[in-house]
Structures are given as C-alpha cells and as structure tokens.
Design a protein around this ligand. Structure first.
Ligand SMILES: NC(=O)c1ccc[n+]([C@@H]2O[C@H](COP(=O)([O-])OP(=O)(O)OC[C@H]3O[C@@H](n4cnc5c(N)ncnc54)[C@H](OP(=O)(O)O)[C@@H]3O)[C@@H](O)[C@H]2O)c1
Length: 288
C-alpha cells in the first residue's frame, strides 16, 4: 500500500480505505484466473491499478500475472494463493462460481474482516443443453450469502452484467456500459463505483442496498434466456429464409454458415459471457 499524505492512520497504523485513492488501493481477485476475474484484472491493470490475482494454485495465478505483465508492461500485477490475495488486498472481488463461494469465504473470513468485498457472483445453473435457471439462495442472493459468511466485511454487489467476453476483447478499448453497485456501506459503494469507472467508458451506478442484489442477479438469468431465445429464432428464420440456398465462396449455404458460427463453445449473451453446456450425444454400445 502506498503512503498517504495527511490524516490520522487507522488502528493498524495503515491508512484507512477512505484515505486512499483508487490508484493507491490494492485490488485482489479471488478466482482471478477465470473468465470474469481475468477480464476485470486485465482492465484494471491496463488502467494502471495494482492487482493481485488469487487462485487455489499460486503457480497458475503467478503465470497469469506474468503473462499480463508482459502484455501490458505493468509491474503492478502479481499472482498468489487466494489466502494471500485476501490478506494483501484492500478491496477483494469474489470471481468464483456460486457453488465455490461458501467454502472459499468461510476459509477467508478473518483475512477479509474490515475490508470491502465485491461479489459479481450470479447463482445460476444450466439444465444440460437447455436454458439457465436461477438457483435459490437461502440468504436471498449470492451477495447476501457472502455478507452472512463475512459479518465483519463490507460486501457490495457489482459487475454481474459486464460480460467476460467483452472485458477480454482488445477490439473494445472503451466499454460503454453501466455497472449497478449495491451495498449497505456508503464508503464501500463509492469505492466500488470508482473501481467500475476505472474501466474506460463504464459508469458505476448506486443501485440500492444489498437486499436488492437478488433482483440484479436474477436479471442475469432473464438476459441470458432472452438472448438464447433470440439467437434460436434468428437461426430458425435463417434456416427457413429465402436465402437458405445462398452459397458462399466456400460452397457452404448461408444457413450452415450461421449455424456453425453459433457452435462456439462460449456465447456472449447480451453483455454476458456464458459457457454453453452441451450434452454428449446419446450412444448405444452393442456388444458382438
Ligand atoms: N463469465 C461471465 O461472463 C460472467 C459475467 C458476470 C459475472 N460472472 C460471475 O463471475 C464468477 C466467475 O465466473 P467465471 O466465468 O470466471 O467462472 P470460471 O471461469 O468457471 O471460474 C473462475 C475461477 O474460479 C475458481 N474456482 C473454480 N472452482 C472453484 C472451487 N470449487 N473453489 C475455489 N475456486 C474455484 C477457478 O480458479 P482456480 O482454479 O485458479 O482456483 C476459476 O478459474 C461467477 O460467479 C459468475 O456468475 C461471470
């Protein structure tokens, strides 16, 4: 942490978060090796911020940090285990799947005490090759579950609708999007809005208390469902359309071209990057 001019230091002898500007903060990203964490890390490192990538495997996060440092010329990104990441950072982002959150936060509870913690976790699951559905969370939302597990931390909810694919896309230097930030501690909400706005083009919006986080998380499912339906309808229209025999130079008909374009292993759904879960084809094994 950088030294800060002026003002009394906190009890630990370190500056309090209110005394630090965004550029002086260390941002930790738990599960920062994944799609969403890596996208956020990349944007923040490119904005000149100091970031620690957390992982269950320190070797994996160190390699991710080295790759990003080489690509950006930054000496402000490092990789380590999730425990050390939580220890070192002033603000900690949870970027792991919902199923992994409870065990991870339970183990990090003491290290995260007093800190601003940001949940971008969408509690959802896919029915095989079908659409997503929201998972029921006893506490009301993934962010509220995080707060219940971390009673001494200031949990905020943000970045649910900022797609990993968009964050990672070098062809999009400016992301013209709003990020909804929810939380009960005004200082933490202000910090996370500033974190969002460190990404060029993004506007951080105060969207209410943490008890509203479930609505934002559920909206993700709606966005994904709507986008998948629109894609399916577009594909069907294209298959039946008048141009279905439109042959391109490779000899493929237009409908094949569209269908194969949709066969990507990941979809960008609205603004969301969603891994597509496809069922393996049914196989009948006959024995001679
Ligand atoms: N993908 C998107 O577009 C998007 C958009 C908005 C919000 N989100 C939310 O962001 C979170 C991360 O999404 P993602 O797509 O980045 O997920 P992901 O790539 O599947 O996982 C992220 C990281 O979580 C860690 N992890 C996986 N299982 C774990 C476990 N059991 N215990 C501890 N750590 C585990 C892994 O890191 P290590 O193996 O290195 O530990 C992994 O790299 C999710 O909650 C998602 O809902 C995603």
């Amino acid at each position: 942490m950088d030294d800060v001019d002026g003002g009394a230091l906190g009890e630990s002898g370190r500056p309090t978060i209110a005394q630090l500007t965004i550029a002086q903060l260390t941002i930790g990203v738990l599960g920062g090796t994944g799609a969403q964490g890596a996208g956020l890390v990349s944007r923040w490192v490119r904005a000149g911020m100091r970031v620690v990538i957390g992982s269950r495997s320190p070797a994996r996060s160190a390699a991710a940090a080295a790759t990003l440092a080489a690509a950006t010329g930054s000496d402000r990104v490092t990789g380590t285990g999730n425990e050390e990441c939580a220890e070192l950072a002033d603000v900690v982002v949870i970027a792991v799947p919902f199923e992994a959150q409870a065990a991870l936060l339970h183990a990090l509870r003491d290290r995260l005490a007093g800190k601003t913690v940001v949940s971008c976790v969408n509690p959802l699951a896919f029915d095989g090759g079908g659409g997503p559905h929201a998972l029921r969370v006893a506490e009301g939302s993934a962010a509220q579950q995080a707060q219940a597990l971390l009673p001494a931390s200031h949990v905020t909810a943000a970045f649910h609708h900022l797609a990993a694919g968009l964050l990672a896309d070098p062809a999009v230097p400016v992301i013209d999007r709003e990020v909804l930030v929810l939380g009960d501690d005004p200082g933490s909400v202000a910090t996370v809005r500033a974190l969002a706005e460190a990404i060029p083009g993004v506007r951080g919006v105060d969207a209410g208390g943490l008890n509203q986080a479930g609505r934002v998380e559920a909206l993700t499912v709606e966005l994904i469902t709507r986008d998948r339906r629109e894609r399916r309808e577009r594909r069907d229209r294209d298959r039946q359309g008048p141009d279905r025999h439109d042959v391109d130079t490779s000899g493929r008909v237009a409908s094949d071209r569209v269908a194969s374009d949709l066969d990507a292993s990941d979809l960008t759904v609205g603004d969301l990057h969603v891994p597509v879960v496809t069922e393996p084809p049914e196989m009948t094994i006959t024995h001679a």
